[in-house]
Design a protein around this ligand. Structure first.
Ligand code: 1DF
Ligand code: MN
Length: 356
């Protein structure tokens, strides 16, 4: 956290007109980090994992060591960091890529369910501060559907997070349908969180250092959401809500061109997979997609998204511990928008869409 104490304290409790609910906050379990390191050591990790977790789990740099410490804490240290930045409640999820890269499905399921149990325990200990989202071993869609139900009914979680591709496969593959069906049955959102692009995409980004949060995450995840929209996921599940971070992974800014070219593609029957949809992509963004400003504490982008998607669909996120910055909370507090709109951004939209 950069020191911005000159601007005064950030307090929890809503005295300034709203609670701050941060909606894309990460934790890790020790066994997951150990598995990442083992995969890297044994040559089973893809290039993205070598880049991302080779850094966070093994670099002696200050950034990596403090982030790793904070990821592993679901107790007093995290609460103290939330207090210090005025975060009333955090929606927590197992950090990316979760267990999705694991080749051994039984190991993936065991680590995912233990992570869910550990998160549920922390939420039980801090019920007014922590809100849980489940993690899934998407390698096994039927198991994952059962885990969606367990997370909702037994663990009290409010949604699930999937970290983009699973070993190069995307959720538009029909085999993942049970996961969507389970989410709709529970009335819970999917948070489609970034992962590093698979080896088939990461090539030119890697050497330039563009593979991770700086850009590769967004390319991978924005494309993933487009794959889902264009396969007609929201025609199949009109009540499904998908959340994405980082101001919509660039899709809001692209909407005009996306719709123009999508409709041109449909009319010309250029691609077998590109079928007519009931709505335009812009309309789905206004009925089935929610965005958070994780990593994007930038008023122009936030106001643009509120304008094109509706102010009920844009929510606050810090992306703790990867972007733990008090000055960003100050900047968001200072945004030039009506008090009611700001309360929606920080509090009311999260309460509504996560059903808190
Ligand atoms: C980073 C950023 C890593 C985000 C993350 O999970 C993550 C990063 C491993 O800065 O390397 O969730 N993020 O969402 O921006
Ligand atoms: Mn994140």
């Amino acid at each position: 956290m950069t020191d911005e104490s000159t601007r005064g304290e950030l307090k929890t409790g809503g005295g300034h007109g709203y609670l701050r609910i941060a909606t894309e906050e990460a934790f890790a379990t020790r066994e997951l980090v150990e598995v990442f390191l083992r995969m890297i050591r044994e040559g089973q990790a893809d290039k993205g994992m070598v880049s991302l977790w080779g850094f966070y789990a093994a670099s002696p740099s200050q950034r990596a060591t403090t982030i790793l410490e904070r990821l592993l804490d679901l107790g007093e240290r995290r609460i103290a960091d939330m207090d210090a930045t005025g975060i009333d409640r955090a929606v927590l999820a197992l950090t990316s890529p979760g267990v999705q890269p694991l080749r051994d499905h039984d190991e993936a399921k065991a680590i995912a369910s233990r992570a869910n149990d550990q998160l549920a325990e922390a939420c039980g200990k801090y019920p007014d501060r922590f809100i849980g989202m489940g993690t899934l071993a998407t390698q096994d869609p039927e198991w994952s559907a059962r885990e969606v139900h367990r997370c909702a009914r037994e663990l009290g979680f409010k949604g699930v997070q999937i970290n983009s591709h699973t070993q190069g496969e995307y959720l538009d593959d029909p085999k993942y349908d049970p996961i969507f069906r389970a989410l709709v049955e529970e009335g819970q959102p999917l948070y489609l969180h970034p992962a590093t692009p698979p080896d088939s995409m990461i090539g030119p980004m890697l050497e330039a250092g563009l593979d991770g949060a700086i850009f590769g995450f967004g390319v991978e995840t924005g494309m993933h959401l487009l794959l889902l929209i264009t396969i007609g996921i929201f025609d199949r599940y009109p009540d499904l809500q998908i959340m994405v971070g980082h101001m919509g992974e660039a899709l809001p800014y692209w909407l005009y061109r996306l719709d123009y070219m999508h409709q041109a593609g449909v009319r010309s029957k250029r691609y077998e997979r590109m079928k007519p949809l009931r709505k335009t992509i812009a309309e789905y963004m206004r009925s089935n997609v929610l965005v958070t400003n994780s990593g994007m504490a930038w008023e122009p982008a936030i106001r643009f998204c509120q304008h094109v998607m509706g102010e009920d669909r844009v929510m606050y996120a810090m992306d703790y511990p990867y972007q733990y910055e008090a000055r960003e909370v100050h900047a968001m507090d200072a945004m030039d928008m009506p008090a009611e709109t700001k309360k929606k951004f920080f509090q009311a939209n999260a309460e509504h869409w996560f059903k808190l």
